[in-house]
Design a protein around this ligand. Structure first.
Ligand code: PGA
Length: 244
């Protein structure tokens, strides 16, 4: 159960969130919990979750270890502040910051090199769904962004299926749509990495997940978890999603 805070919350707001959130999820044994704040909040978030069952992740990383790359952050740097996870290829990165399937793969490899666990985001845009290209888009994103990993590398990642038209719009994919997309992705996992990997991998659904729709989404056997944006900013709301 992962939360993506995007560009929200200051350091004091981050600390206040975890004071409220940690006790609410302390009993959650059924899942792993990860929250991905902005870079400048990572240290505060790691400190605020020390000794708890909440892991911290970043929202992006650059693929070089260090160098003249003004404004970028490396996997090693993220690891050094205590991150365990990192989102890669979120649709907002693809849409506004020129991320491609090729740069997604570079970032995933860099994350794995730094011993971080990438959550790789894929999903179709509205016009792609309406044009009937959802499957083709997912196959393309999978092939170029994930398919080049080794079986061992693949075991360290999670995949988030996030239909772009459902992100921050209040429109959730129907449970059947989510399950169909997850099935397509899982079949790719089987073809590239084998049956066992396809059964043990975790495919998260993301896009307007809220406390009131978690029940029908997670009821789909294909949906192994969720990646939550807006509803992860409120401690009570995200805790009720985690604890469902
Ligand atoms: P949302 O965002 O839950 O606000 O739709 C999901 C995401 O972008 O990961």
């Amino acid at each position: 159960m992962a939360g993506n805070w995007k560009m929200y919350k200051t350091v004091p707001e981050t600390v206040a969130f975890f004071e409220k959130f940690n006790p609410l999820v302390a009993g959650a044994k059924h899942c792993e919990i990860a929250i991905c704040p902005t870079f400048v909040n990572l240290s505060a978030a790691v400190e605020a979750t020390a000794g708890t069952n909440v892991g911290i992740g970043a929202q992006n990383l650059y693929w070089a270890n260090e160098g003249a790359f003004t404004g970028e952050i490396s996997g090693e740097m993220l690891k050094s502040v205590g991150c365990q996870w990192v989102l890669v290829g979120h649709s907002e990165r693809r849409q506004y910051f020129g991320e491609t399937n090729e740069t997604v793969l570079k970032r995933v490899l860099a994350a794995l090199d730094a011993d971080l666990r990438p959550i790789i985001c894929i999903g179709e845009r509205l016009e792609e769904r309406e044009g009937g290209w959802t499957e083709a888009v997912l196959l393309e994103q999978f092939k170029h962004g994930i398919g080049g990993l080794s079986v061992d590398q693949f075991a360290q990642i999670a995949i988030a299926y996030e239909p772009v038209w459902a992100i921050g719009t209040g429109k959730t994919a129907t449970p059947a749509m989510a399950a169909d997309a997850h099935r397509i992705i899982r079949e790719q996992v089987r073809l590239h990495f084998g049956l066992e990997a396809s059964q043990s991998t975790r495919i998260l659904y993301g896009g307007s997940v809220k406390p009131d729709n978690i029940k029908i989404l997670i009821a789909q056997p294909e949906v192994d978890g969720v990646l939550v944006g807006g509803a992860s900013l409120d401690a009570v709301s995200f805790a009720s999603i985690v604890n469902f």
